[in-house]
Design a protein. Structure first.
Length: 190
């Protein structure tokens, strides 16, 4: 792929972390831990560029999140960039976790260690740098991409910046925990 892909997280596929999650007919059956930023203001479509500082000033809060991606394609890794874009970049269900500690503002999120576990047994971890080098860089890329195509992003919208950990297999009845080290954690029940 030449560049990152952005998908739209639909309101009807959003869950709060304290709800029981319906896996529906999810063929991929994996969970990914992500950073989710809540926007403090609308994207200014008259600007020509958002700097890192501009990006930071757009953030109201940082939340934990878990995405349950899915695709219409049985072998989504081989369908090519155009088909993945048409498939909404595999964006599917997402779980909005709690607001994380404001201490994230004093850290470089690229170094933040994040864990995902299923039923307290299987776990993987990743670093914030797994998302385009840093979740802030990923958010900055998206803001500038939206500017280029004059697509709106509104105050109160949430932006998930991409998976920090490798996807982990899940099934109905599993308890999935996302742990952001000193910033907070939460779990969901599938």
């Amino acid at each position: 792929m030449k560049s990152p892909l952005a998908g739209v997280l639909l309101e009807e596929k959003k869950y709060d972390f304290n709800e029981r999650i319906d896996l529906m007919s999810n063929h991929m059956a994996v969970a990914e831990v992500e950073f989710i930023f809540k926007m403090k203001s609308d994207l200014n479509l008259s600007k020509s560029f958002y700097s890192k500082q501009d990006t930071l000033s757009m953030i109201e809060s940082l939340h934990g999140g878990i995405e349950l991606p899915d695709s219409r394609f049985m072998n989504f890794t081989k369908v090519g960039e155009t088909n993945l874009i048409a498939d909404n970049a595999c964006a599917n269900q997402f779980i909005l976790g709690p607001k994380l500690s404001d201490n994230w503002k004093n850290k470089n999120l690229k170094n933040q260690k994040v864990f995902i576990s299923v039923n307290d047994a299987t776990f993987k971890y990743g670093l914030g740098e797994n998302v385009l080098g840093s979740p802030i860089f990923a958010l900055n890329w998206l803001l500038n991409e939206l500017l280029e195509f004059k697509l709106p992003l509104k105050r109160g919208h949430f932006v998930a910046t991409g998976t920090i950990t490798k996807p982990i297999p899940i099934k109905k009845g599993d308890i999935v925990k996302a742990d952001y080290s000193d910033l907070g954690n939460f779990q969901i029940i599938l």
